[in-house]
Structure formats: structure tokens, C-alpha cells
Design a protein around this ligand. Structure first.
Ligand code: GLA
Length: 387
């Protein structure tokens, strides 16, 4: 991929780039729809990544070429960055460049070529990777020293402001801070984090249903609004001011059940129990308890399907097929849901066979050729050595 991007850069700009940055995609192991609810998540960065080759300019112009969008070229000035009203891909780089600039950091205009191998629209955070990669690029171009957590926060803000998704901080955070061979436990309220080793004998398979989740933004924003509303309603009933569902016990929720619309009750029940599952999953990982970890993942999927209502026929089918295979400990949808991928905890030595069987079975049942990726926990975004 690096060679392809370097060659494209030289062809387009007629000189060599001075910098290359990379940012990985991510898969979330457990803790879904909890980040924007100030809860816990346990994602890891994966080997698929976005790469940007760039060189500084002597003026304020930014030129971006996206190889995966038919070499589409976008140009704008650092002094006039507005969202692209078509809601296009370039809103991701635009937003983070604008926000770093707004923080009074100075850096030059630049020429860039963007490429990558994170499947787009599959829920593996290709957009968040593009945001973080652009942030790291601007940091290097300006010789800035940006704090990684601040960068993650800015990326989240950029996505909210320019791209119409009120996403939480999980994706940007793990993409900026991940460490090789580890998953990352994030407390999305305090932003404290801890690197978590996965059991030695575990492998992570990501199964792509090939059903794009691109049109799911409005449903995502709707869930977030429902949770905010529910927290206020619960506060009124119990005469308390809750910061998040972490402060609400399942007993308090049950006491309020009859006074609230059932769908709001279900959303809250998912979030409260999912937070507990993340912490239990971390303990299971520390005990090398693959079976226990798998059960928590299965429970997470059931909760997302029946309480949070963000699964789909394709995701349920993929999960069901996986669970029928020997050597699969747990399977669940990952990311926002509505389409995209499932994440599967499997026995390491059987991973390849399991991947093949899942593909075969999914094709038999749906007529769709799924993609399955073996994911290893990778390091967060960084500069790439030129050489
Ligand atoms: C998307 C968002 C994340 C998170 C997940 C659901 O991936 O970008 O912030 O909310 O959905 O857990």
C-alpha cells in the first residue's frame, strides 16, 4: 500500500513526499453504544489502516487526493475551511485541520495523497482513522506536540461538527492511543485507560456481512437522544441528578419501569448491563477465561439486538453461523450496528478453518460473499519511516 501511495504522490505532484503517516482501523471487543453514555469500552486497533503521504507547501493551500475515491481531488485554503455541503469524505480531514488551526497552532499548507485498506462503511472506523491520520500529519508538519487524548477529543468534535454524526470518543481514542498486542479499556467519562492483554490462546476474527452501515447515522443519533432523554426522566423519578447510566442501578431502573416508555427502559437496560459486561470481560481476560469472555460477548449481542435494537438480519445470521462452529467462544456485532461487521473470539489454532467455514455457510444462507479478517491488536497512529 505504501508503494502505491508513494507512486501516486510522485505522479500527481511531481516530487517526493516528505512525510507519511498511518492510522489503524479498530474493532470493538465489547462495550457497544456505551461511549457516548460516559461508559466503558474495550476496543483494539487492527492491521488495516489509512495512510497519507504529504509534503508541506509554502502557501496556505491544502490539496488532497483520495485514491479510494477514484483519485478525487479537493483543494481549500487553511484560512477558509468550511464543511463540504455534499457530506463528502473530505469533511473528515477538513474538520480536524480546522479545529487544530482554531486552537491557534500554526502549520503550513500541504499536498497529500490518501489511501488505505480499511473496508469503507463496514464499521471498522475508516473515517475515524482518516481523522486521526490527518491530525498526526498536521502535528508533524507544524512541529507541534499534541497530546494524544486532546487529539482524540478534537477528532470526535470534528466528526460531530462537520460530518453530522454525534459519535462518541471510542474510535478516535483507540486509534490514537492503541498499543500493539493489547486491547484498550477506556473509561469514557474520565478518559482513564488501561492496556489489556488478551488470553494467549485467543484469536479475533472480524466477519464483514458486506451490508454497508453508511445510512445508519440518523438511527445512531436517535439512540443517543433517547439515552439523554431517559437519563433526565430517571433523574426526575428518583429526584437525583445522574451523570450517566453508571450512576443508575438496575434496581432503580426497575422501579421506574412502569412510569416510562418501554423502548426507553430497554435502551437504559442495555447500557447499564453492557457497562458491567465490559468490566467483567476485563476480569475474564485477566483469568485467561476464554469461555467466560465469549459468554459476555454473546450476551452483549443479544442485548444490542433485543434491547438497543441496532442489529440486522445479516448481523444476526453471521453471529448464529459463528456460534455453531467448534472453537468459537463468542460472537457479536461490533461498532454501531445496523450492518457492518461481527467480532468473534475464537481458538487460535482453529481460526483459519473457522474463517473458511463461516464464509461458506454465510454464502449458502445469504448468497453474499462475506470477507473475514484475522485481527491482531496493532499500535495506534504514527509517522511512518520514509525509506
Ligand atoms: C460507532 C461510533 C462509536 C460508538 C459505536 C457504538 O462506531 O463511532 O463512537 O458509539 O458506534 O459502540
Amino acid at each position: 500500500m505504501k508503494e502505491k501511495i508513494l507512486a501516486a504522490f510522485e505522479k500527481i505532484y511531481r516530487h517526493k513526499p516528505t512525510l507519511i503517516v498511518r492510522a489503524p482501523g479498530r474493532v470493538n471487543l465489547i462495550g457497544e453504544h456505551t461511549d457516548y453514555n460516559n461508559g466503558y469500552v474495550l476496543p483494539m486497533a487492527i492491521g488495516n489502516e489509512v495512510m497519507i503521504a504529504a509534503s508541506p507547501r509554502i502557501d496556505d493551500q491544502v490539496n488532497l487526493v483520495a485514491l479510494d475515491k477514484g483519485n478525487e481531488e479537493v483543494k481549500f485554503s487553511l484560512f477558509d475551511i468550511r464543511p463540504d455541503s455534499l457530506g463528502a469524505w473530505n469533511n473528515y480531514p477538513r474538520s480536524i485541520i480546522a479545529l487544530i488551526k482554531r486552537n491557534r497552532h500554526s502549520f503550513p499548507g500541504f499536498n497529500a495523497v490518501i489511501g488505505g485498506n480499511i473496508p469503507i462503511g463496514a464499521g471498522l472506523s475508516s473515517s475515524a482513522a482518516l481523522l486521526v491520520a490527518t491530525g498526526i500529519l498536521v502535528e508533524a508538519l507544524g512541529g507541534l506536540k499534541l497530546d494524544k487524548i486532546e487529539l482524540a477529543k478534537l477528532c470526535q468534535k470534528g466528526e460531530n461538527l462537520f460530518c453530522g454524526v454525534e459519535s462518541g470518543i471510542m474510535d478516535h481514542f483507540v486509534i490514537a492511543l492503541a498499543k500493539a498486542n493489547h486491547a484498550l479499556l477506556i473509561d469514557c467519562f474520565t478518559l482513564a485507560y488501561e492496556y489489556i492483554l488478551l488470553p494467549e490462546n485467543a484469536a479475533i476474527l472480524i466477519c464483514n456481512t458486506m451490508k454497508s452501515r453508511e445510512l445508519s447515522n440518523s438511527a445512531y443519533n436517535e439512540r443517543k437522544a433517547e439515552c439523554n432523554k431517559m437519563l433526565v426522566e430517571l433523574g426526575k423519578i428518583h429526584k437525583k441528578s445522574y451523570n450517566s447510566f453508571r450512576d443508575v442501578s438496575l434496581i432503580e431502573l426497575a422501579q421506574a419501569e412502569k412510569q416510562l416508555p418501554f423502548y426507553l427502559f430497554k435502551r437504559a437496560k442495555h447500557v447499564i448491563s453492557e457497562n458491567a459486561r465490559v468490566l467483567a470481560a476485563v476480569e475474564a481476560a485477566a483469568r485467561d477465561d476464554l469461555a467466560g469472555l465469549g459468554i459476555l460477548m454473546n450476551e452483549s449481542h443479544e442485548s444490542l439486538r433485543s434491547l438497543y435494537e441496532v442489529s440486522s438480519i445479516e448481523l444476526d445470521t453471521m453471529v448464529k453461523i459463528a456460534r455453531q462452529q467448534k472453537g468459537v467462544f463468542g460472537a457479536r456485532l461490533t461498532g454501531a450496528g445496523f450492518g457492518g461487521c461481527t467480532v468473534n473470539l475464537v481458538e487460535k489454532q482453529s481460526a483459519q478453518t473457522i474463517a473458511e467455514t463461516i464464509k461458506e455457510q454465510y454464502y449458502k444462507q445469504t448468497g453474499v460473499k462475506a470477507e473475514v479478517y484475522l485481527a491482531t491488536p496493532c499500535a495506534g497512529a504514527s509517522l511512518v519511516a520514509m525509506g
